[in-house]
Design a protein around this ligand. Structure first.
Ligand code: GDP
Ligand code: IMO
Ligand code: MG
Length: 422
Protein backbone atom coordinates (compact mmCIF):
# COMPACT_ATOMS: atom_id res chain seq x y z
CA UNK A 1 0.00 0.00 0.00
CA UNK A 2 3.09 2.26 0.24
CA UNK A 3 3.23 5.34 2.48
CA UNK A 4 -0.17 6.98 2.75
CA UNK A 5 -1.18 10.26 4.33
CA UNK A 6 -4.81 10.35 5.43
CA UNK A 7 -6.34 13.76 6.10
CA UNK A 8 -9.77 15.08 6.97
CA UNK A 9 -11.09 17.10 4.02
CA UNK A 10 -13.64 19.13 6.00
CA UNK A 11 -13.78 20.48 9.61
CA UNK A 12 -12.77 17.30 11.44
CA UNK A 13 -14.82 14.26 12.52
CA UNK A 14 -15.03 13.00 8.95
CA UNK A 15 -14.70 9.39 10.11
CA UNK A 16 -10.90 9.27 9.93
CA UNK A 17 -10.67 6.77 12.80
CA UNK A 18 -12.96 4.32 11.05
CA UNK A 19 -11.11 4.60 7.72
CA UNK A 20 -7.70 4.35 9.42
CA UNK A 21 -8.82 1.16 11.13
CA UNK A 22 -9.95 -0.19 7.75
CA UNK A 23 -6.73 0.78 5.93
CA UNK A 24 -4.51 -0.46 8.78
CA UNK A 25 -5.09 -4.01 7.59
CA UNK A 26 -2.60 -3.30 4.77
CA UNK A 27 -0.20 -1.12 6.78
CA UNK A 28 2.68 -2.03 9.07
CA UNK A 29 2.86 1.21 11.04
CA UNK A 30 0.32 3.94 11.86
CA UNK A 31 1.62 7.40 12.81
CA UNK A 32 -0.07 10.41 14.42
CA UNK A 33 1.91 13.54 13.55
CA UNK A 34 -0.08 16.52 14.85
CA UNK A 35 -2.79 17.63 17.24
CA UNK A 36 -3.32 16.30 20.73
CA UNK A 37 -6.21 14.95 22.76
CA UNK A 38 -8.50 17.49 21.12
CA UNK A 39 -8.94 14.68 18.57
CA UNK A 40 -11.57 11.99 19.08
CA UNK A 41 -11.39 9.13 16.56
CA UNK A 42 -14.12 6.52 16.81
CA UNK A 43 -13.66 2.90 15.82
CA UNK A 44 -16.48 0.40 16.31
CA UNK A 45 -15.50 -3.25 16.57
CA UNK A 46 -18.41 -5.59 17.12
CA UNK A 47 -20.32 -4.31 20.14
CA UNK A 48 -17.43 -2.21 21.41
CA UNK A 49 -16.87 1.45 20.62
CA UNK A 50 -13.35 2.82 21.06
CA UNK A 51 -12.62 6.56 21.01
CA UNK A 52 -8.92 7.29 20.47
CA UNK A 53 -7.56 10.71 21.40
CA UNK A 54 -3.74 10.53 21.32
CA UNK A 55 -3.06 6.93 20.38
CA UNK A 56 -3.30 6.11 16.65
CA UNK A 57 -6.43 4.21 15.64
CA UNK A 58 -4.20 1.41 14.30
CA UNK A 59 -3.69 0.25 17.91
CA UNK A 60 -6.82 -1.91 17.64
CA UNK A 61 -4.95 -4.30 15.34
CA UNK A 62 -2.49 -5.86 17.76
CA UNK A 63 0.20 -6.82 15.25
CA UNK A 64 0.67 -3.25 13.95
CA UNK A 65 3.05 -0.65 15.38
CA UNK A 66 1.69 2.77 16.33
CA UNK A 67 3.78 5.90 16.61
CA UNK A 68 3.00 9.22 18.29
CA UNK A 69 5.26 11.55 16.33
CA UNK A 70 7.22 14.65 17.26
CA UNK A 71 4.48 17.01 16.02
CA UNK A 72 1.87 15.81 18.51
CA UNK A 73 1.31 17.66 21.80
CA UNK A 74 0.92 15.18 24.66
CA UNK A 75 -0.81 15.47 28.00
CA UNK A 76 1.01 12.55 29.67
CA UNK A 77 -1.65 12.06 32.34
CA UNK A 78 -4.38 11.88 29.68
CA UNK A 79 -2.23 9.48 27.65
CA UNK A 80 -1.85 7.12 30.63
CA UNK A 81 -5.64 7.27 31.14
CA UNK A 82 -6.13 6.38 27.49
CA UNK A 83 -3.75 3.40 27.82
CA UNK A 84 -5.65 2.25 30.93
CA UNK A 85 -8.98 2.65 29.14
CA UNK A 86 -7.77 0.46 26.28
CA UNK A 87 -6.47 -2.18 28.70
CA UNK A 88 -9.88 -2.25 30.44
CA UNK A 89 -11.45 -3.06 27.08
CA UNK A 90 -8.97 -5.90 26.52
CA UNK A 91 -6.64 -3.92 24.25
CA UNK A 92 -3.55 -3.67 26.46
CA UNK A 93 -0.71 -1.79 24.77
CA UNK A 94 2.85 -3.03 25.20
CA UNK A 95 5.55 -3.12 22.53
CA UNK A 96 3.17 -1.88 19.81
CA UNK A 97 3.47 1.82 20.67
CA UNK A 98 6.31 4.31 20.29
CA UNK A 99 6.27 7.92 21.53
CA UNK A 100 8.61 10.55 20.11
CA UNK A 101 11.06 12.00 22.62
CA UNK A 102 10.62 15.36 20.84
CA UNK A 103 6.84 15.66 21.26
CA UNK A 104 5.83 18.68 23.35
CA UNK A 105 3.90 18.41 26.60
CA UNK A 106 0.54 19.90 27.52
CA UNK A 107 0.25 21.15 31.12
CA UNK A 108 -2.68 22.13 33.36
CA UNK A 109 -1.74 25.81 32.90
CA UNK A 110 -2.23 25.38 29.14
CA UNK A 111 -5.76 24.12 29.73
CA UNK A 112 -6.53 26.99 32.12
CA UNK A 113 -5.14 29.56 29.69
CA UNK A 114 -7.18 27.99 26.88
CA UNK A 115 -10.28 28.40 29.05
CA UNK A 116 -9.45 31.96 30.12
CA UNK A 117 -8.76 33.11 26.56
CA UNK A 118 -12.11 31.73 25.48
CA UNK A 119 -13.84 33.63 28.30
CA UNK A 120 -12.00 36.82 27.33
CA UNK A 121 -13.06 36.44 23.69
CA UNK A 122 -16.73 36.38 24.73
CA UNK A 123 -18.98 36.09 21.70
CA UNK A 124 -15.92 35.76 19.46
CA UNK A 125 -14.76 32.59 21.20
CA UNK A 126 -13.34 29.79 19.04
CA UNK A 127 -15.21 27.02 20.82
CA UNK A 128 -12.03 25.05 21.56
CA UNK A 129 -12.01 21.63 23.17
CA UNK A 130 -10.34 23.27 26.22
CA UNK A 131 -7.56 20.69 26.10
CA UNK A 132 -4.84 23.38 26.17
CA UNK A 133 -3.85 22.79 22.56
CA UNK A 134 -3.40 26.44 21.50
CA UNK A 135 -1.29 27.47 24.51
CA UNK A 136 0.85 24.30 24.23
CA UNK A 137 1.67 24.89 20.55
CA UNK A 138 2.16 28.56 21.47
CA UNK A 139 4.87 27.60 23.96
CA UNK A 140 6.46 25.32 21.36
CA UNK A 141 6.65 28.19 18.84
CA UNK A 142 7.90 30.58 21.55
CA UNK A 143 10.60 28.02 22.41
CA UNK A 144 9.60 27.72 26.04
CA UNK A 145 7.83 24.35 25.80
CA UNK A 146 8.83 21.18 27.63
CA UNK A 147 9.15 17.93 25.72
CA UNK A 148 8.93 14.20 26.39
CA UNK A 149 12.76 14.09 26.60
CA UNK A 150 12.57 16.58 29.51
CA UNK A 151 9.92 14.45 31.20
CA UNK A 152 12.28 11.48 31.02
CA UNK A 153 14.85 13.35 33.18
CA UNK A 154 13.17 14.13 36.55
CA UNK A 155 15.64 16.79 37.70
CA UNK A 156 15.79 18.62 34.38
CA UNK A 157 12.00 18.40 34.21
CA UNK A 158 11.45 19.86 37.70
CA UNK A 159 13.85 22.74 37.06
CA UNK A 160 12.21 23.71 33.77
CA UNK A 161 8.68 23.19 35.10
CA UNK A 162 9.29 25.47 38.09
CA UNK A 163 10.12 28.37 35.75
CA UNK A 164 7.10 27.74 33.57
CA UNK A 165 4.74 27.47 36.55
CA UNK A 166 6.08 30.74 37.96
CA UNK A 167 5.51 32.64 34.70
CA UNK A 168 2.14 31.07 33.91
CA UNK A 169 0.80 31.66 37.43
CA UNK A 170 1.44 35.36 36.99
CA UNK A 171 -0.51 35.33 33.73
CA UNK A 172 -3.32 33.20 35.20
CA UNK A 173 -3.65 35.46 38.24
CA UNK A 174 -3.71 38.56 36.03
CA UNK A 175 -6.61 36.94 34.18
CA UNK A 176 -8.41 36.30 37.46
CA UNK A 177 -7.88 32.53 37.41
CA UNK A 178 -6.56 30.29 40.17
CA UNK A 179 -2.81 29.51 40.10
CA UNK A 180 -1.54 25.96 39.53
CA UNK A 181 0.62 24.04 42.01
CA UNK A 182 4.12 23.08 40.97
CA UNK A 183 4.42 20.14 43.33
CA UNK A 184 1.12 18.57 42.25
CA UNK A 185 2.04 18.79 38.58
CA UNK A 186 5.57 17.53 39.15
CA UNK A 187 4.32 14.48 41.00
CA UNK A 188 1.51 13.63 38.58
CA UNK A 189 3.72 14.10 35.52
CA UNK A 190 6.67 12.15 36.88
CA UNK A 191 4.34 9.29 37.82
CA UNK A 192 2.97 9.30 34.27
CA UNK A 193 6.56 9.50 32.97
CA UNK A 194 7.43 6.12 34.46
CA UNK A 195 4.41 4.54 32.74
CA UNK A 196 5.39 6.08 29.42
CA UNK A 197 9.17 5.53 29.61
CA UNK A 198 9.15 2.09 27.89
CA UNK A 199 7.46 3.61 24.83
CA UNK A 200 9.75 6.61 24.36
CA UNK A 201 12.11 6.54 21.36
CA UNK A 202 13.68 8.54 18.57
CA UNK A 203 10.75 7.87 16.26
CA UNK A 204 12.36 9.67 13.33
CA UNK A 205 15.12 7.06 13.21
CA UNK A 206 12.58 4.28 13.74
CA UNK A 207 10.47 5.45 10.78
CA UNK A 208 13.54 5.99 8.59
CA UNK A 209 14.68 2.41 9.25
CA UNK A 210 11.16 1.11 8.64
CA UNK A 211 11.07 2.83 5.25
CA UNK A 212 14.48 1.36 4.38
CA UNK A 213 13.06 -2.05 5.26
CA UNK A 214 10.13 -1.50 2.88
CA UNK A 215 7.41 -1.18 5.54
CA UNK A 216 4.08 0.47 4.71
CA UNK A 217 3.27 3.51 6.80
CA UNK A 218 -0.11 5.13 7.28
CA UNK A 219 -0.18 8.70 8.60
CA UNK A 220 -3.34 9.40 10.59
CA UNK A 221 -4.37 13.03 10.33
CA UNK A 222 -6.26 14.64 13.17
CA UNK A 223 -8.79 17.47 12.85
CA UNK A 224 -9.49 18.55 9.26
CA UNK A 225 -8.31 20.78 6.43
CA UNK A 226 -10.37 23.83 7.44
CA UNK A 227 -9.05 23.66 11.00
CA UNK A 228 -5.45 23.96 9.71
CA UNK A 229 -3.52 26.77 11.38
CA UNK A 230 -2.34 28.15 8.01
CA UNK A 231 -5.04 27.08 5.57
CA UNK A 232 -8.19 26.91 7.68
CA UNK A 233 -10.80 29.48 8.64
CA UNK A 234 -8.38 31.42 10.87
CA UNK A 235 -8.78 32.25 13.73
CA UNK A 236 -11.49 29.57 14.03
CA UNK A 237 -8.92 26.80 13.66
CA UNK A 238 -6.77 24.53 15.77
CA UNK A 239 -3.06 25.23 16.35
CA UNK A 240 -1.40 22.59 14.19
CA UNK A 241 -1.01 21.85 10.48
CA UNK A 242 -3.79 19.40 9.83
CA UNK A 243 -3.11 19.28 6.08
CA UNK A 244 -0.82 16.78 4.33
CA UNK A 245 2.40 18.73 4.92
CA UNK A 246 1.90 18.32 8.66
CA UNK A 247 2.51 14.58 8.27
CA UNK A 248 6.10 15.31 7.13
CA UNK A 249 7.09 17.91 9.72
CA UNK A 250 5.25 16.06 12.47
CA UNK A 251 6.98 12.74 11.84
CA UNK A 252 10.32 13.59 10.28
CA UNK A 253 9.51 11.57 7.15
CA UNK A 254 10.53 13.54 4.05
CA UNK A 255 7.93 14.50 1.38
CA UNK A 256 9.42 12.34 -1.38
CA UNK A 257 8.85 9.23 0.75
CA UNK A 258 5.10 9.81 0.69
CA UNK A 259 3.25 7.92 -2.03
CA UNK A 260 -0.37 8.97 -1.87
CA UNK A 261 -2.82 11.17 -0.02
CA UNK A 262 -6.23 9.98 1.06
CA UNK A 263 -8.95 12.51 1.87
CA UNK A 264 -11.77 11.49 4.17
CA UNK A 265 -15.05 13.35 3.94
CA UNK A 266 -18.59 12.85 5.10
CA UNK A 267 -21.38 12.75 2.53
CA UNK A 268 -22.51 16.01 4.19
CA UNK A 269 -20.65 18.59 6.31
CA UNK A 270 -20.26 19.02 10.07
CA UNK A 271 -18.43 21.50 12.23
CA UNK A 272 -18.06 21.60 16.00
CA UNK A 273 -17.08 24.91 17.54
CA UNK A 274 -17.52 28.42 16.20
CA UNK A 275 -16.60 29.92 12.83
CA UNK A 276 -18.08 30.32 9.37
CA UNK A 277 -19.86 27.39 7.74
CA UNK A 278 -21.47 28.47 4.44
CA UNK A 279 -23.61 25.38 3.79
CA UNK A 280 -24.84 25.02 7.39
CA UNK A 281 -28.46 23.90 7.41
CA UNK A 282 -31.00 23.56 10.22
CA UNK A 283 -32.75 20.89 8.12
CA UNK A 284 -29.61 18.71 8.00
CA UNK A 285 -28.81 19.32 11.70
CA UNK A 286 -32.35 18.39 12.76
CA UNK A 287 -32.28 15.28 10.59
CA UNK A 288 -28.98 13.95 11.99
CA UNK A 289 -29.53 14.99 15.61
CA UNK A 290 -32.97 13.40 15.36
CA UNK A 291 -31.21 10.13 14.52
CA UNK A 292 -29.00 10.58 17.62
CA UNK A 293 -25.99 11.29 15.41
CA UNK A 294 -23.37 14.04 15.21
CA UNK A 295 -22.47 14.57 18.82
CA UNK A 296 -18.72 15.19 19.41
CA UNK A 297 -16.51 12.21 20.33
CA UNK A 298 -14.29 14.37 22.59
CA UNK A 299 -16.60 16.96 24.16
CA UNK A 300 -20.07 15.54 23.48
CA UNK A 301 -21.13 18.85 21.90
CA UNK A 302 -23.78 18.74 19.17
CA UNK A 303 -22.04 19.21 15.82
CA UNK A 304 -23.39 21.81 13.43
CA UNK A 305 -24.46 20.11 10.18
CA UNK A 306 -24.92 21.20 6.59
CA UNK A 307 -25.09 20.16 2.95
CA UNK A 308 -22.00 18.84 1.16
CA UNK A 309 -19.74 21.75 0.24
CA UNK A 310 -17.80 21.03 -2.95
CA UNK A 311 -16.14 24.46 -2.97
CA UNK A 312 -14.49 23.56 0.32
CA UNK A 313 -13.60 19.95 -0.57
CA UNK A 314 -12.13 20.98 -3.95
CA UNK A 315 -9.87 23.41 -2.09
CA UNK A 316 -8.98 20.57 0.28
CA UNK A 317 -7.92 18.46 -2.72
CA UNK A 318 -5.66 21.29 -3.88
CA UNK A 319 -3.97 21.94 -0.53
CA UNK A 320 -3.46 18.32 0.42
CA UNK A 321 -2.89 16.85 -3.02
CA UNK A 322 -5.67 14.35 -2.38
CA UNK A 323 -5.49 11.40 -4.81
CA UNK A 324 -8.24 9.24 -3.39
CA UNK A 325 -11.42 9.87 -1.46
CA UNK A 326 -13.14 7.95 1.29
CA UNK A 327 -16.74 9.09 1.73
CA UNK A 328 -18.32 8.19 5.07
CA UNK A 329 -21.78 8.44 6.58
CA UNK A 330 -23.58 8.04 3.28
CA UNK A 331 -26.34 6.34 5.29
CA UNK A 332 -26.96 9.64 7.13
CA UNK A 333 -28.71 10.90 3.98
CA UNK A 334 -30.86 7.79 3.46
CA UNK A 335 -34.14 9.58 4.20
CA UNK A 336 -33.54 12.84 2.33
CA UNK A 337 -35.95 13.63 -0.48
CA UNK A 338 -33.91 16.29 -2.30
CA UNK A 339 -30.18 16.61 -1.73
CA UNK A 340 -28.33 19.89 -2.11
CA UNK A 341 -24.65 20.27 -3.01
CA UNK A 342 -22.92 23.61 -2.57
CA UNK A 343 -21.11 24.28 -5.87
CA UNK A 344 -20.19 27.94 -5.50
CA UNK A 345 -20.04 30.82 -3.03
CA UNK A 346 -21.90 33.98 -4.01
CA UNK A 347 -20.04 37.01 -2.68
CA UNK A 348 -20.89 40.59 -3.65
CA UNK A 349 -22.67 39.45 -6.80
CA UNK A 350 -19.85 37.17 -7.98
CA UNK A 351 -19.46 33.39 -7.77
CA UNK A 352 -16.16 32.56 -6.08
CA UNK A 353 -14.42 29.41 -7.33
CA UNK A 354 -12.48 28.97 -4.06
CA UNK A 355 -13.24 29.94 -0.46
CA UNK A 356 -12.05 33.45 0.48
CA UNK A 357 -9.19 33.35 2.96
CA UNK A 358 -10.72 36.02 5.18
CA UNK A 359 -13.41 34.78 7.57
CA UNK A 360 -15.43 38.00 7.42
CA UNK A 361 -15.82 37.50 3.67
CA UNK A 362 -16.49 33.80 4.13
CA UNK A 363 -19.26 34.60 6.62
CA UNK A 364 -20.94 36.73 3.98
CA UNK A 365 -20.79 34.06 1.26
CA UNK A 366 -24.13 32.63 0.16
CA UNK A 367 -24.01 28.99 -0.91
CA UNK A 368 -25.09 28.27 -4.48
CA UNK A 369 -26.69 24.84 -4.61
CA UNK A 370 -27.38 22.24 -7.21
CA UNK A 371 -29.96 19.62 -6.28
CA UNK A 372 -30.30 15.90 -6.84
CA UNK A 373 -33.01 13.42 -5.96
CA UNK A 374 -32.41 11.34 -2.82
CA UNK A 375 -32.54 7.51 -2.76
CA UNK A 376 -34.96 7.25 0.18
CA UNK A 377 -33.92 3.75 1.11
CA UNK A 378 -31.43 2.26 3.55
CA UNK A 379 -27.85 1.88 2.33
CA UNK A 380 -26.57 0.34 5.59
CA UNK A 381 -26.31 -3.17 4.20
CA UNK A 382 -24.73 -2.33 0.85
CA UNK A 383 -21.59 -4.38 0.29
CA UNK A 384 -20.47 -2.77 -2.96
CA UNK A 385 -20.97 0.30 -5.12
CA UNK A 386 -23.17 -1.76 -7.44
CA UNK A 387 -25.52 -2.56 -4.54
CA UNK A 388 -26.21 1.12 -3.87
CA UNK A 389 -29.36 2.68 -5.31
CA UNK A 390 -28.74 4.55 -8.58
CA UNK A 391 -29.43 7.94 -6.92
CA UNK A 392 -26.76 7.22 -4.26
CA UNK A 393 -24.27 6.21 -6.96
CA UNK A 394 -25.03 9.43 -8.85
CA UNK A 395 -24.63 11.51 -5.71
CA UNK A 396 -21.27 9.93 -4.84
CA UNK A 397 -20.01 10.29 -8.41
CA UNK A 398 -21.08 13.93 -8.45
CA UNK A 399 -19.41 14.91 -5.14
CA UNK A 400 -16.20 13.11 -6.20
CA UNK A 401 -16.27 14.84 -9.58
CA UNK A 402 -16.74 18.25 -7.95
CA UNK A 403 -14.02 17.48 -5.39
CA UNK A 404 -11.69 16.50 -8.25
CA UNK A 405 -10.37 13.28 -6.75
CA UNK A 406 -11.03 9.60 -7.29
CA UNK A 407 -13.68 7.94 -5.15
CA UNK A 408 -12.09 4.88 -3.65
CA UNK A 409 -13.82 3.93 -0.36
CA UNK A 410 -17.45 4.28 0.71
CA UNK A 411 -18.70 3.84 4.27
CA UNK A 412 -22.37 3.16 5.06
CA UNK A 413 -22.20 2.52 8.81
CA UNK A 414 -19.82 2.70 11.78
CA UNK A 415 -18.53 -0.90 11.64
CA UNK A 416 -15.66 -2.38 9.64
CA UNK A 417 -18.05 -4.51 7.61
CA UNK A 418 -19.97 -1.45 6.44
CA UNK A 419 -17.12 -0.31 4.23
CA UNK A 420 -16.30 -1.10 0.62
CA UNK A 421 -13.59 -0.29 -1.88
CA UNK A 422 -14.32 0.75 -5.45
P1 GDP B 1 -12.89 11.28 13.24
O1 GDP B 1 -12.56 12.28 14.29
O2 GDP B 1 -12.66 11.79 11.87
O3 GDP B 1 -12.25 9.95 13.47
O4 GDP B 1 -14.48 11.04 13.34
P2 GDP B 1 -15.33 10.85 14.71
O5 GDP B 1 -15.06 9.51 15.25
O6 GDP B 1 -15.15 12.01 15.61
O7 GDP B 1 -16.81 10.97 14.14
C1 GDP B 1 -17.27 10.14 13.14
C2 GDP B 1 -18.53 9.44 13.65
O8 GDP B 1 -19.17 8.82 12.58
C3 GDP B 1 -18.25 8.33 14.65
O9 GDP B 1 -19.31 8.24 15.54
C4 GDP B 1 -18.18 7.07 13.77
O10 GDP B 1 -18.48 5.88 14.47
C5 GDP B 1 -19.25 7.40 12.79
N1 GDP B 1 -19.11 6.83 11.45
C6 GDP B 1 -18.03 6.76 10.64
N2 GDP B 1 -18.38 6.34 9.41
C7 GDP B 1 -19.72 6.13 9.47
C8 GDP B 1 -20.70 5.72 8.50
O11 GDP B 1 -20.40 5.48 7.34
N3 GDP B 1 -21.99 5.65 8.93
C9 GDP B 1 -22.36 5.90 10.22
N4 GDP B 1 -23.64 5.76 10.55
N5 GDP B 1 -21.47 6.31 11.13
C10 GDP B 1 -20.18 6.42 10.75
P1 IMO C 1 -10.81 15.08 15.12
O1 IMO C 1 -9.39 14.61 14.98
C1 IMO C 1 -13.54 18.44 15.09
C2 IMO C 1 -12.06 22.20 16.75
C3 IMO C 1 -12.69 22.73 18.03
C4 IMO C 1 -12.58 24.22 17.79
C5 IMO C 1 -11.22 24.32 17.11
C6 IMO C 1 -10.06 24.67 18.03
O2 IMO C 1 -11.64 14.24 16.02
O3 IMO C 1 -11.41 15.30 13.78
P2 IMO C 1 -8.70 23.27 19.83
O4 IMO C 1 -9.18 22.56 21.07
O5 IMO C 1 -8.03 22.37 18.85
O6 IMO C 1 -7.91 24.49 20.13
O7 IMO C 1 -10.08 23.79 19.14
O8 IMO C 1 -10.97 23.08 16.51
N1 IMO C 1 -11.52 20.83 16.84
C7 IMO C 1 -12.09 19.77 16.25
N2 IMO C 1 -13.26 19.66 15.59
N3 IMO C 1 -12.72 17.38 15.22
C8 IMO C 1 -11.55 17.48 15.87
O9 IMO C 1 -10.65 16.47 15.89
C9 IMO C 1 -11.20 18.70 16.46
N4 IMO C 1 -10.14 19.14 17.18
C10 IMO C 1 -10.35 20.44 17.38
O10 IMO C 1 -14.03 22.31 18.16
O11 IMO C 1 -13.55 24.62 16.88
MG1 MG D 1 -13.46 13.25 15.91
Amino acid sequence: MANTILVGAQWGDEGKGKIIDFLTEDADIVVRSQGGNNAGHTVVLGETKYVLHLIPSGILRREKICVIGNGVVIDPVALVQELDGLAEKGMAVSDNLLISDCAHLVFPYHRLLDEQREILKGKNKIGTTKRGIGPAYGDKAARVGLRICDLMQPEVFAEKLALRVEENNQVLQALGAEPVHFEEIREAYLTAAERLRPFVANTVVYLHNAIQAGKNILFEGAQGTFLDLDHGTYPYVTSSNTTAGGACTGSGVPPHRMDRVFGVMKAYMTRVGEGPFPSESAEVSDLLHGMGREYGATTGRARRCGWFDAVATRYATMINGIDELAVTNLDGLDTVEILHICCGYLYQGKILPVPPTDVFQLEKCEPVYESMPGWKTSTENAQSFAELPAEAQNYLNRIAELTEARLSIVSVGPSRAQTFVL
